[in-house]
Design a protein around this ligand. Structure first.
Ligand SMILES: C[S@@+](CC[C@H](N)C(=O)[O-])C[C@H]1O[C@@H](n2cnc3c(N)ncnc32)[C@H](O)[C@@H]1O
Length: 261
């Protein structure tokens, strides 16, 4: 089986596998006012990068979930390395069938996963996020968005991106993401911008100078170069038509108060 783009980048040493990188994550979590007693679920936690940042920055506990057992092994090792075993734990599972009680979390964070789902499966995941969130709960997501309205171009971008990263993707435009999420009982505020995943400045922001250098040195190895070049060129060639969108969404039960505030 072909290696998925995010698995490939993780193998090169990349720790943030999302379109808007740390800037988008920080925008989302800064707005969420996380406290030590906030209950956080990270869906698609992969190697645990975001949940570790949250526990260190805010002192909160978090549960991570992913369907990739090998990524979860890495998450467990990273949690141990950061001495956060008392605050963080991870479980194997799917966004479509979350093994948690109704209304059990204040925040669900889910970065760079919904893009990889068909529209039908996006709905399946969003039903679950709404179910496990408390009435005033927050859903924090970031995904790939189209920056063109032209349907034919969107279709070409979808096919090209799916090929570039070896994963079938279905991005939406900003308005599409907003209405898709709001259909599930949320009110959504958005920030969008250029994709930073493989852009040199974004890479340094996300990984630091040493981390970015490590990724690049690995990318230059003969066995990795072709895949890296394919991904890099695709993102670079289509940067005006593909961006990231961060969606900060609150369950609508509390949305009126949130908008007024
Ligand atoms: C592009 S990576 C993003 C990882 C991480 N959230 C980040 O931003 O660095 C997508 C992740 O989604 C996970 N994933 C895909 N479909 C999933 C599903 N249905 N349920 C849970 N995790 C899923 C993959 O295993 C992978 O770890």
């Amino acid at each position: 089986m072909l290696e998925a783009g995010h698995t490939f980048l993780a193998r090169l040493g990349k720790t943030r596998l999302r379109p808007g990188g740390i800037d988008a994550t920080d925008w989302l979590v800064d707005k969420a006012h996380i406290e030590p007693d906030t209950k956080v679920l990270e869906v698609a936690c992969n190697m645990g990068t975001t949940m570790i940042v949250l526990a260190k920055r805010y002192g909160c506990s978090a549960t991570g979930l992913d369907l990739d057992e090998r990524a979860l092994d890495k998450a467990r090792a990273n949690i141990q390395k950061n001495h956060l075993g008392d605050k963080l734990h991870v479980v194997l599972g799917s966004a479509f069938d979350l093994p948690f009680e109704d209304q059990s979390f204040d925040i669900v964070i889910n970065e760079a996963m919904l893009t990889m789902l068909s529209n039908r499966d996006k709905n399946r995941a969003l039903v679950e996020y709404s179910r496990v969130l408390k009435p005033s709960g927050l859903l924090l997501t970031q995904d790939v968005c189209y920056r063109t309205d032209d349907v034919e171009t969107q279709q070409e971008l979808r096919t090209g991106l799916s090929r570039a990263i070896n994963v079938s993707v279905e991005p939406l435009d900003c308005e599409g993401w907003k209405s898709r999420i709001e259909e599930h009982g949320f009110v959504t505020e958005q920030k969008s911008g250029d994709m930073t995943l493989l852009d040199p400045q974004g890479m340094v922001r996300d990984e630091g100078v040493d981390g970015a250098l490590k990724v690049m040195l690995n990318a230059m190895k003969q066995e990795n170069f072709e895949m890296f070049a394919r991904m890099f060129h695709f993102f670079n060639d289509h940067k005006s038509d593909l961006g990231y969108v961060a969606n900060f969404s609150r369950r609508a039960a509390d949305a009126a108060g949130w908008l007024a505030g």
